[in-house]
Design a protein around this ligand. Sequence first.
Ligand SMILES: *[C@@H]1O[C@H](CO)[C@@H](O)[C@H](O)[C@H]1NC(C)=O
Ligand SMILES: *[C@@H]1O[C@H](CO)[C@@H](O)[C@H](O)[C@H]1NC(C)=O
Ligand SMILES: *[C@@H]1O[C@H](CO)[C@@H](O)[C@H](O)[C@H]1NC(C)=O
Length: 456
Amino acid sequence: MMALQQASAFLVLFLAALLLPPQCAQDPAMVHYIYQRFQVLEQGLEKCTQATRAYIHDFQEFSKNLSVMLGRCQTSTSEYRSAVANLALRVERAQREIDYLEYLREADICLESEDKTLAEKLIQEAEEEKRIRTLLNAISVTAVNCTSEADDPPSDERQKVSSSLNAVSQCLCHSPHFISSHGHFIIAHHPKKCCDNMLMGIKSLKIVKKTMDTHGSWMKDAASSSQKVYFLIGSRNKTLWEFANMRAFMEDSTKPAPRKLILTHSWQGTGQVIHKGFLFFHNQGTLNEIIKYNLQKRTVEDRMLLPGGAGRALVYQHSPSTYIDLAVDEHGLWAIHAGPGISGHLVLTKIEPGTLGVEHSWDTPCRSQDAEAAFLLCGVLYVVYSSGGHGPHRVTCVYDPLGTIGEEDLPKLFFPRRPRSHSVIHYNPRDKQLYAWNDGNQIIYKLQTKRKQPLE
Ligand SMILES: *[C@@H]1O[C@H](CO)[C@@H](O)[C@H](O)[C@H]1NC(C)=O
Ligand SMILES: *[C@@H]1O[C@H](CO)[C@@H](O)[C@H](O)[C@H]1NC(C)=O
Ligand SMILES: *[C@@H]1O[C@H](CO)[C@@H](O)[C@H](O)[C@H]1NC(C)=O
């Protein structure tokens, strides 16, 4: 438009320059012709301007239409996006549902086989007990005769007694034993439940639930038949959530709603365990106090101070708030803490859950450095390490206080790769699987086990 106007102005100037000289103005026909040409030119210009205006108008309308259409497109894109997100959520829920069904199915199978093996075990145990009794009788009679007849019993007699005792200890699930030179004998530990499994590998992983909380712990009672699932969010809190069962835990929204329990004290770290209706936890703000809390009465049942320098350092380098880790296995309650020194070695302590007395304590060769979690299974400590705090997660230190697992038996134990180190990994001896927390995910690891090699 501007260009056109400029062009016409230029044309006018040019023509004026041509026409103005006075010697040319005498020709009226020529002037008339030139006026006519001007009129035609003006009309043409007018038309051109109108057409340009129309084009501009059309273009504006078109761009308006376009922006309206773009707006519509955007809303449908976001609708589509939310629909996709919704679908993903439903797929995930379905996946968990499937996992849960599979879990139930396997639990049923386990229960059946456990019932059967339990009956068999009871019969076996009764027979073992009879055998042990007669054996013990024979030994004590021999022992009495030894001591009464001579101060120093003949060495072959002692040999006989010792081998009998070895047999006894085999029956008693590899309990350590002693025989004094005077023929008296002591059987140290007397575990009620025999168990001789050792871990071979991780069979599968199930993500049971997802939350936003990086740290926390979750568990079932490790020593009763309760179906309840307990949820302890965060590494310092006193609010405990109790879900009626695994299904309620997996689907937050369904009834029955979880029960909220406010403890009298806050816990520290993620090392809590539940044993026969009691929650055991490290009391926050204390160095080494363990509280035994009655979940039914909602009162503190008992408390103890864990000896051996417990609570001065983190148990595991990659677990940033746990100073005392507790564990339950087939043999009962244990505590794990780091010993003195920069790369402190882990100290394992067996605790009597009824009286909170310390039964025994062991300095293990397992280091705290690069460790992220640990658990006990059949009286054996398995420590999970990860270099730098992320995967791969693997058990590279196994400590057996009774020395029944040899180095050569140790399997290569890898956990499936996870984005972060575990907040907690605890074994549940009742359903024989691991309960773990990793980056807000509540995970169950199923295990592969085998029988320990018998003692030499
Ligand atoms: C703009 O949209 C209207 C209807 O919304 C339509 O009548 C018109 O022709 C469209 N204009 C252009 C330039 O697409
Ligand atoms: C133990 O000694 C008594 C007599 O002192 C004897 O009658 C008994 O047979 C002895 N028992 C064994 C197992 O040697
Ligand atoms: C304790 O946990 C509850 C939820 O379980 C949460 O609402 C609360 O903020 C937590 N308190 C602290 C101090 O983190």
